[in-house]
Design a binder for this molecule. Structure first.
Ligand SMILES: [Zn+2]
Ligand SMILES: [Zn+2]
Length: 176
């Protein structure tokens, strides 16, 4: 099992390699970086000032098919995301299509009026990224609050998770 990371050129600079490494560490699978090359993103809602996460996944899916990316792909964007019926989402995955997206918009301290901190940002992007890649590798949501596959409903719940998958999810990942 592998995954690929497509880091939008507008996402926080220089973090793609460390985030790839952290996701690899959390899930115990190998990742690779896709060189950003003009992925066309549609689905911006002018009134909400957010992108539709499902629409972004459709764009990513088209690019994946056209460019022949074999591994499931995680896209990281700086734009705030929503999904039908949700005010916002941190990320979204379509496992059957091998595509997932994570937004860094609400993972920055400054979004909440707190002092910026790169370590906080890295931790959150790694956890959210590993969560969505976990879906792409067949994992579902987990009730264990510290597990990366727990579905957080707030930043505090995201921060409470540890950078690990619980033993039950690890066993599923290893096909046990
Ligand atoms: Zn999830
Ligand atoms: Zn778990």
């Amino acid at each position: 099992m592998r995954f690929a990371l497509y880091w939008d050129h507008r996402s926080p600079e220089g973090l793609q390699r460390p985030i790839q490494r952290r996701i690899e560490g959390i899930l115990g699978v190998k990742g690779s970086l896709i060189e950003p090359n003009g992925l066309l993103l549609t689905g911006f809602d002018m009134l909400r000032r957010q992108y539709s996460a499902p629409a972004l996944l459709t764009c990513l899916e088209a690019a994946r098919r056209r460019r022949g990316w074999e591994d499931p792909v995680l896209l990281v964007v700086p734009d705030d995301l929503y999904a039908p019926g949700e005010e916002y989402v941190f990320g979204l995955a379509r496992p059957e299509r091998g595509t997932a997206v994570v937004s860094t918009a609400r993972l920055h301290n400054h979004f909440y009026g707190r002092a910026p901190c790169d370590d906080d940002l890295m931790d959150r992007v790694a956890k959210e990224g590993a969560h969505e890649v976990g879906h792409l590798l067949g994992l579902e949501h987990c009730d264990e609050r510290e597990c990366v596959m727990y579905a957080p409903r707030s930043l505090d719940e995201l921060d409470r998770k540890r950078k690990m998958v619980c033993p039950a999810c690890t066993a599923l990942l290893r096909g046990g």
